[in-house]
Ligand binder design. Structure first.
Ligand code: UDP
Ligand code: MG
Length: 310
């Protein structure tokens, strides 16, 4: 019988773990085409997630495993840790808050069994219950990254997916420190089928994402998967050089035609200086973002640190 490893990242999820496990066991008791191993990743939670996971592992040592991080390393690191530990023929990534519909897992399994696809992902059809500003910004983000980057990202795609061992190994071969999973899953290629589903509420607890964290995540995704912003500096520089050459010629011509023309235009000069200064700072900022990423990458720090694994 084939085995599915389910990776479940948990950050401050004391309220949801038991609900998740009970729901899954109930559902899986009716399914006998595959067996399941769970890899709960405690991403440095500050609540009782860690002791709850230990207890759960104690009660069900045959199918429950966990890794506990020494601090919060982020969901991307948790996914990577889980992929490394997973031993299944197929590997799934699933949130613990039951926002990822577990009942689609058998369907995803069947699709992979037909050997036409290497991965089955899920994409939200609607954004019900989500903040309007966040929805507008996420749409803008997907538009922007898909325009700029060769790596295409399906709008609304969740991290919830089931992959073949071959695809998991490909993802594991990408050992970069800055891990933008949505991009990595797309970059490795393979055939992915997306199943649409309607958004649902968390089983309990609250989301650990806010507007600021999402913005940082979006910028980081763009920087990780396209160099296009870097060429923005070249373009802006070229345009402004061209404009200044035209302006210089205009000034010389004016001086030749009207030698006595008075000195004016203080405000226009100050505006131009401020504008060009601003653009230069933006360009240096973009450079800085990339250099910062290179800095983290060359240090070759571990992606996560394990406190306990069972
Ligand atoms: N998560 C994590 N580390 C973090 C933040 C979140 O492992 O730093 C986990 C969290 O426990 C949950 C999943 O990632 O299982 C998705 O998080 P959340 O439900 O807060 O995000 P949302 O569903 O609102 O996008
Ligand atoms: Mg959630």
């Amino acid at each position: 019988m084939k085995k599915i490893s389910i990776i479940v990242p948990c950050f401050n999820e004391e309220e949801t773990i038991q609900i998740y496990y009970d729901t899954m066991t109930k559902l899986m008791s009716t399914i006998d085409k595959f067996k399941i191993e769970y890899w709960f990743i405690d991403d440095g939670s500050k609540d009782h997630t860690y002791p709850i996971l230990r207890e759960l592992q104690n009660e069900h040592p045959e199918d429950v495993h966990f890794v506990s991080f020494s601090r919060n390393f982020g969901k991307e690191a948790a996914i990577y840790a889980g992929l490394k530990e997973a031993t299944g023929d197929y590997v799934a990534v699933m949130d613990v808050d039951l926002q990822d519909p577990p009942e689609t897992l058998p369907e995803m399994f069947d699709i992979l069994e037909e050997h036409e696809y290497d991965c089955v992902g899920t994409a939200r059809m609607d954004r019900k219950g989500e903040n309007v500003i966040i929805s507008v910004c996420s749409n803008a983000f997907y538009g922007l990254i898909n325009k700029m980057s060769q790596t295409k990202i399906i709008p609304g795609a969740r991290d919830y997916r089931l992959m073949t061992r071959q695809m998991v190994n490909a993802v594991l071969s990408m050992t970069e420190y800055n891990r933008f999973s949505k991009g990595i899953f797309s970059w490795v290629g393979f055939n992915t089928k997306y199943i649409p589903y309607n958004n649902r509420e968390r089983s309990a607890g609250s989301t650990s994402w806010n507007f600021w964290k999402l913005t940082k995540y979006a910028i980081s995704g763009i920087i990780d998967f396209t160099e296009r912003p870097l060429s923005l500096a070249t373009w802006l520089g070229s345009i402004f050089s061209l404009i200044s050459i035209v302006a210089m010629i205009a000034i010389v011509v004016r001086k030749l035609i009207y030698p006595m023309s008075s000195v004016d235009g203080w405000s226009s000069i100050v505006s131009i200086i401020l504008l060009v200064g601003g653009i230069q700072l933006i360009c240096i900022g973009i450079l800085g973002e990339y250099i910062g990423k290179i800095f983290l990458e060359v240090k070759k720090r571990p992606i996560y640190i394990v406190k306990e694994k069972k």
